[in-house]
Design a protein around this ligand. Structure first.
Ligand SMILES: [Zn+2]
Ligand SMILES: [Zn+2]
Length: 233
């Protein structure tokens, strides 16, 4: 619901589409039509990337603690612009578009608790916000029964191999709260790439009783090579 202030600001600084710069919306209808759903035939049912030509999944064979990943769109074209618009340009209203796209994906999982993947407090201060928390707030879901914190600062995952990514985030998270008693839980982020970060969160949450743990994200970036420009998931 637009407040009077935000309507006044819209008049002064009308939103522009992150895809084509047209005035009026954060993501216009034409650009929305170009979003590629990260589900459907030809994709791995567990992690959502396209299968290779032999029908195998190139991405999730190394996953131990994640039961799967679900995302609304492939991390390409306008979806990439949306993710970067929120994370790097701080266009928080984009979280509304992202939340709208995430509802149906999340509804299929119906997790009983969802944890936004935390940033280290130092990183959060530098950016001014955590995009996963902004997304979680827009979704309006009830807070999880406990807290997941990042207790160790980690280097960016960009440019690291899948194994290096797992090492980079090992021991970076801590859960404090009641036992999760076999619950299905989701860890939420803007993008999921190798699942290394979500997987480490999953490992910690399993130690505290989580039954199934899924990565839930607005965009699914297939992991290919350390130089493919994948985001920090
Ligand atoms: Zn557009
Ligand atoms: Zn897979």
């Amino acid at each position: 619901m637009a407040t009077l202030l935000s309507r006044a600001l819209d008049l002064l600084y009308p939103p522009r589409c992150v895809g084509c710069a047209a005035f009026g919306h954060n993501l216009c209808e034409d650009c929305s039509a170009l979003l590629l759903p990260a589900s459907g035939p030809g994709r791995c049912g567990r992690c959502g990337v396209r299968r290779d030509d032999k029908g195998r999944c190139p991405d999730c064979f190394g996953w131990r603690d994640l039961d799967g990943a679900r995302a609304a769109f492939e991390m390409t074209g306008p979806a990439r612009r949306v993710v970067h618009g929120l994370k790097f340009s701080g266009i928080r209203d984009l979280a509304e578009d992202m939340a709208d796209a995430l509802y149906p994906v999340a509804a299929q999982l119906s997790p009983s608790a969802t944890f936004p993947i935390p940033l280290h407090p130092r990183r959060r201060r530098a950016r001014g916000f955590n995009q996963a928390e902004v997304l979680f707030d827009r979704l309006g879901w009830p807070p999880a029964p406990g807290r997941l914190d990042r207790i160790r600062p980690t280097a960016s995952q960009v440019g690291l191999s899948a194994g290096e990514r797992r090492e980079n985030v090992a021991g970076a998270f801590r859960y404090r709260g009641p036992d999760l008693k076999g619950a299905t839980v989701a860890v939420l982020d803007d993008v999921v790439t190798t699942g290394a970060t979500a997987g480490e969160c999953a490992r910690v949450l399993r130690e505290h009783g989580a039954g199934r743990v899924y990565a839930l994200a607005y965009a699914r970036a297939p992991y290919r090579t350390p130089t493919s420009g994948a985001s920090d998931g």
